[in-house]
Design a protein around this ligand. Structure first.
Ligand SMILES: *Cc1c(COP(=O)(O)O)cnc(C)c1O
Length: 376
């Protein structure tokens, strides 16, 4: 059986987790959390990285920092994971969904400005599959209307747009280290802060509303309750797992890229015959092979292909059900403009197995089976 995903494991994780236990520091903000944050700061150039318990929580922190209130509006794609909307809806905002581009499945930047109202506060682009959104256009619209930009870069580590790492372009960027992501700690995430002026506030929100971060650095002699907040620190044991992965992030990314490229080449003939469509990577984007998907003719064909592969012990999966069609999406959001591509393209998209450790032989075998389906 070829699983759709296998959590990444490189070999050094146990050693580092053991070290965390031996350090007698298994709560948050221990030595491994520090190492991970510094690694991310160095490799992305962000002013500050705060490790969090998830990307969902990183996005909640961003919503707190953006001071989102009841009645505010956030512009985002409907084709995304629930967290992109949840973090803002939790603060009382309305989700305003905009259609996607069919070639990248990212928000169509040309449709954003029309959705801006006097209540709009944030644009939250999602870099689907680690392929960057049109950030120049998005930042320009945000600037013109005085909006903040929160990048959902959950899938975006090690990927860039015009040479800028995803997650560092907007005011805030959110990474995920869930077990399905390229580098992982089981559950976890990070908030990237572009502007230093938000660091102190972010540390307070993340530490239950206290200035404990300052206290740990010896900057105050006791810590006190300063503001509202919550607990967004991951255990240092989880950070130890992540650090082993970050050290090998280039290797992990390269291995995924190799498989991605093989899929693309092996399936190109089917695309040339017009049987399927393959992902498009815009010239200004360096992606990270987070995902390899194909698009079938329609949902019915996709269902048959999933079954066909399953019978051959290959697990393939579809992805997001558009948020605007879900019960909470109807309650807390609205779709602005026409849904030309969101629903239609989401029904055709199928993800093939891709994980660290998948072999070239397996990739070839999977591609052969996809071809067999279309040749039958
Ligand atoms: C995985 C993912 C999330 C959520 O990440 P968690 O770390 O599980 O909270 C949010 N947005 C997108 C686009 C994702 O892929």
């Amino acid at each position: 059986m070829i699983n759709f995903n296998v959590p990444p494991f490189t070999g050094k994780e146990f050693e580092y987790m053991r070290e965390a236990v031996e350090n007698q520091k298994i709560c948050g903000d221990g030595p491994f959390t520090k190492k991970c944050s510094e690694w991310i700061e160095e490799h992305t150039g962000t002013a500050k990285c705060l490790l969090t318990t998830s990307c969902t929580h990183a996005t909640e922190l961003a919503a707190l920092l953006a001071d989102i209130r009841e009645g505010d509006e956030v512009i985002l794609p409907s084709y995304t994971f629930v967290s992109t909307a949840d973090a803002f809806v939790l603060r009382g905002a309305t989700a305003v969904f905009v259609d996607i581009r069919p070639d990248t499945m990212n928000i169509d930047a040309d449709l954003i400005e029309d959705a801006v109202t006097e209540r709009t506060r944030v644009i939250a682009p999602v870099h689907y599959a680690g392929v960057g959104c049109e950030m120049d256009k998005i930042m320009e619209i945000a600037k013109r209307h005085g909006l903040m930009v929160v990048e959902d870069a959950a899938q975006g580590i090690m990927a860039s747009y015009k040479g800028k790492p995803l997650g560092t372009i907007g005011d805030f960027g959110c990474f995920s280290f869930h077990e399905t992501k390229n580098v992982s700690m089981g559950e976890g995430g990070a908030l990237l802060i572009r502007d230093e002026k938000y660091i102190e506030k972010a540390e307070i929100f993340r530490e239950k509303g206290t200035d404990r971060s300052k206290y740990f650095r010896g900057q105050v002699d006791k810590y006190r309750w300063q503001d509202y907040g919550s607990s967004y620190l991951p255990s240092d044991m989880n950070a130890a797992y992540l650090y082993a992965q970050l050290e090998l992030a280039d290797k992990i990314t390269q291995a995924r890229m190799d498989r991605w490229q093989e899929y693309r080449e092996l399936l190109a003939p089917l695309a040339e015959e017009g049987r399927i469509e393959l992902p498009h990577i815009p010239a200004e984007c360096t992606h990270n092979a987070h995902m390899f998907y194909i698009k079938t003719k329609d949902m019915e064909e996709r269902g048959r292909l999933i079954d066909f592969l399953k019978q051959r012990e290959i697990l393939s999966v579809f992805h997001y059900v558009p948020l605007h069609s879900a019960p909470a999406g109807r309650r807390y959001g609205r779709f602005h403009g026409e849904d030309r591509y969101t629903t239609k393209e989401s029904e055709r998209l199928l993800r093939l197995p891709l994980y660290y450790g998948l072999t070239a032989d397996q990739t070839e075998h999977i591609a052969d089976q996809v071809k067999a389906f279309y040749r039958q």
